[in-house]
Design a protein around this ligand. Structure first.
Ligand code: TA6
Length: 298
């Protein structure tokens, strides 16, 4: 499989496929701007960093790399629902595409950087979980910025309501020392308080577990990390909801693939279609969810 992927999609010294943890296939990208690693399992981006700079994404040192489990850290793709689905049963949290292997559709160089496009479509077992036919494509551009575009096409004959998240784990010097701007005065649903509606006052800071769905916001967020002398500018399209999450002490202990002290080094800023921002996709239509990340000096 690796040989076939390299024969079809490798790009000289910039993009090649290899066998990763537990022999799961990964694609490694390195160009003059940045380097990255993506697992075909879940089309899961696990590393992005600009040349000579610190990693932008946080990865758990206890992450699973198993066919039936999501990888902890990086950018899990939550689709076709965010959180737990309305219906009960065996449906996994955050949908099912992060637990499945995706195909590689295309690789190429662009002015912005090295681009790779993954895809996944409906199957009989996905239809058993979610009764819709679909084609999902995920295009990543690795350059001075990181760009992630998730496009979902309804290839069925009935409307499909879809929730989604680019559930991005950002690496920070210390979650207690950073602040996130761009959400001041925005309403949010507090997942830790019965989804009660609250209003953000000032910058988002972290001194306890935080699990919030900010609503009615197309805003760009900026993670200010003075200790690492950097800002991470997070912009988005196709989304009116943003999730901010840090598990803090007790929840970190409850997750077996999350180190007990892991909460210090990460914050999730997630570009989502969550809560009231789910999208009803008509037959034949496509919705595009995009997040871009640009590191800057503080
Ligand atoms: O995005 C925040 C959240 O919904 C939290 O409630 C927490 O469950 C997190 O996602 C991680 O979920 P996971 O299923 O990846 O463990």
């Amino acid at each position: 499989m690796i040989a076939q992927l390299n024969a079809t999609h490798a790009l000289a010294d910039r993009l090649f496929f290899a066998s990763g943890p537990n022999k799961m296939p990964v694609v490694r990208i390195r160009n003059s701007h940045a380097s990255a690693e993506i697992h075909l399992h879940g089309a899961h981006l696990t590393d992005y960093q600009r040349q000579g700079e610190k990693p932008v994404l946080w990865m758990s040192r206890e992450a699973y790399f198993e066919a039936s489990k999501p990888i902890r850290g990086g950018v899990p793709i939550c689709w076709p629902w965010f959180g737990m689905p309305k219906e009960s049963g065996e449906r996994p949290q955050h949908g099912f595409v992060r637990n499945r292997q995706w195909s590689v559709e295309r690789t190429r160089d662009t002015e912005e950087g090295t681009e790779i496009t993954f895809s996944i479509g409906s199957t009989p077992d996905s239809i058993a979980l979610w009764p819709h036919r679909f084609k999902l494509t995920y295009q990543l551009t690795i350059g001075r910025s990181l760009k992630m575009e998730l496009s979902f096409q309804n290839t069925g004959d009935k409307p499909a309501e879809v929730g989604a998240a680019l559930h991005t784990y950002f690496a920070v010097s210390d979650a207690a020392e950073i602040r996130v701007t761009g959400l001041d005065h925005r309403q949010y649903l507090d997942q830790l308080d019965g989804l009660s509606t609250k209003v953000q006052v000032g910058d988002v800071t972290i001194a306890e577990e935080v699990d919030r769905i900010y609503i009615d916001t197309e805003d760009e967020c900026v993670i200010h990390d003075p200790a690492w002398n950097r800002r991470l500018r997070v912009a988005k399209e196709g989304s009116r909801s943003t999730v901010v999450w840090n598990p803090w002490i007790e929840k970190s202990k409850r997750m077996p693939d999350f180190p007990d002290d892991g909460y210090h080094g990460m914050v999730c800023i997630e570009t989502t279609n969550a809560a009231g921002d789910t999208r009803l996709i008509q037959p034949g239509d496509t919705h595009r969810l995009m997040q871009s990340v640009t590191p800057e000096p503080a």
